[in-house]
Write a protein that binds this ligand. Structure first.
Ligand code: ZN
Ligand code: ZN
Length: 219
C-alpha cells in the first residue's frame, strides 16, 4: 500500500463515515461485533467494500482489492506468487524493464547488473534540461518510487517558494496600507480629534467600501 495517504489513527474520529482511505470512501456504518465496528465503503473502481474500521485505520486496506489485482496484472505474476515473496515481486519487476522504458522523467538506458534482482541497477537519463544521468535500483524504477534525477522534488519546492513569495508580498502590501491608515487616524486623535468620532468615521467608510465591493462583484 505504498504511496497512499493514510491518517494516523490518533487523529481519526470514532465514526469513519465520509473519510477516505486510499481508494475507499466510507459511506455508512454497519453493525458492531466483538472485533469492532464494521463499515461499508465505495471504491474508486465502483465496487463496494465491507469490513472492520480498524483495518482502515491501520492502513492495511486501501481498496476493494483492485489495487492488488492491478499490481499483479502489471507484473504478470499470480497473486499467490506476489504475496509469497518479495523476491518474486522484484524478479518480475526487474524482468519487465527494457532499454528505452520511461519512468516519470527517467529513461532506462543501460542495465548495470547487480548481485540479485532487488540490487540490480539501471543507468537512466533524466528529461530535465540538464539531462542528468542517475543510477537507480530496478525495483525503485518498477514501482515508480524514483521518477527523476531529483529535479521533480526541486520543481515542487520552486513552485511552493514562488507561491510563498507572492503571498508574502501581498501580506506586506496589506500590512503597510493598514498601518498607514491606522497611524493617520491615531495621529488625528493625538492632535485633538475625539477618538470615538475618528473610529465612527473609520467604521462607516469600511462599511461603505464593503458595500461597493459587493456591488462591483455583482456587476
Ligand atoms: Zn476497487
Ligand atoms: Zn532531472
Amino acid at each position: 500500500m505504498t504511496g497512499l495517504i493514510t491518517l494516523p489513527a490518533a487523529s481519526l474520529p470514532s465514526n469513519l463515515v465520509g473519510h477516505v482511505f486510499g481508494r475507499l470512501t466510507v459511506t455508512e456504518q454497519l453493525g458492531r461485533t466483538s472485533r469492532g465496528q464494521r463499515y461499508r465503503a465505495r471504491c474508486l473502481c465502483g465496487s463496494v467494500w465491507e469490513g472492520y474500521g480498524y483495518k482502515l485505520k491501520e492502513g492495511s486496506v486501501a481498496s476493494c482489492g483492485c489495487l492488488r489485482r492491478e499490481r499483479c496484472a502489471a507484473l504478470g505474476r499470480s497473486r499467490a506468487k506476489l504475496e509469497d515473496t518479495e523476491e518474486a515481486r522484484d524478479v518480475a519487476a526487474v524482468d519487465s524493464i527494457r532499454e528505452g522504458d520511461e519512468f516519470g522523467r527517467l529513461t532506462a538506458e543501460r542495465c548495470l547488473g547487480g548481485k540479485s534482482p532487488s540490487t540490480t541497477v539501471w543507468l537512466c537519463r533524466c528529461k530535465c534540461p540538464d539531462h542528468n544521468l542517475v543510477d537507480v535500483l530496478a525495483p525503485n524504477l518498477a514501482y515508480h518510487t524514483t521518477r527523476s534525477c531529483g529535479c521533480l522534488a526541486l520543481d515542487r519546492l520552486r513552485r511552493r517558494a514562488v507561491r510563498a513569495a507572492y503571498q508574502f508580498e501581498h501580506a506586506i502590501a496589506a500590512f503597510n496600507e493598514r498601518s498607514t491608515k491606522r497611524h493617520a487616524r491615531l495621529q488625528a486623535v493625538l492632535d485633538g480629534a475625539p477618538y470615538e468620532r475618528v473610529q465612527m468615521r473609520f467604521l462607516r467608510e469600511k462599511r461603505r467600501r464593503k458595500l461597493r465591493d459587493v456591488q462591483e462583484e455583482n456587476g
